[in-house]
Design a protein around this ligand. Sequence first.
Ligand SMILES: N[C@@H](CCC(=O)N[C@@H](CS)C(=O)NCC(=O)O)C(=O)O
Length: 290
Amino acid sequence: MSYDLILGDRTFSSWSLRGWLMFEKFDIPCRTHMAGLYDGTLAADLAAYAPARLVPAIRTPEGDVVGETLAIAETLAERHPDAGLWPADASARILARWLVAEMHAGFGALRTDCPMQLLHQYQGFAVSDAVKADLDRLQELWVLARSVYGSAGPWLFGKYSLADVFFAPVAARIAGYDLPVDAAAAQYVELHLSDPAFRKWRAMGAPKTYDPMPYAIECATADWPGPALMPARVVDARPSENDACPYSGKPVTDFLEIEGRVFGFCNAFCRDKTLADPQAWPGFMEIYQQ
Ligand SMILES: N[C@@H](CCC(=O)N[C@@H](CS)C(=O)NCC(=O)O)C(=O)O
């Protein structure tokens, strides 16, 4: 038995990203299910997880349903004490809890003006004073955590913790709207964009199309500012170098090409998430590097 994790959307749902990172980054196995956040089926899709009303929500292996990312975080931290969700040091943990709670309850201007989107970087986005104030506060908190507790690694408390989970969508907002931050904050944003788990999440969202596009704004766009992507394209052709899908081991039916080499996958989603960012997928890179 494992957890069930109910998500809304990978490109636009910042809270879903937080929920997923809590499992992915701390190696807690779960089955993911998508609820129709933008398809009008959210309530029906969540009916089996009452009283959950928003995504993400989880169901524990024992059948308890938990909503609200803060409650999910505490539930997982309590149930998996060795997974390191909170910093080990008691003082660091106090500050981490504060940062997570402030993120959960605050930064309203940033969240309202700059909804998370992982498609592209807006150019020339007009930053309001209220958003600037949120950015100042973020940088104050990040500098504090890094300067006092960050010596053991690149994340806010050294090792990746729930604090980084909660700020991952903020990093995505800074990247996606090209918001002005200092060099240390820009480095922290970059760390999130190049994090393997974040890259996987974004790649899994890439195949989905939207009509209408959620949260569209009148602004020019440039490419997403994360790590450079390996160029790949969909092809119909066989033969592929591999007969078995790198993820499921099933026979291949869907193909892509990279630099003249053809690789196969067991379904269009496996192919398309790889197409979006081949290097996000260790299983694929293993066969690519053979
Ligand atoms: N405070 C909640 C926020 C969750 C949330 O707002 N989720 C959004 C998706 S990002 C949602 O379910 N929206 C559906 C709605 O508002 O009906 C948490 O921490 O989980």
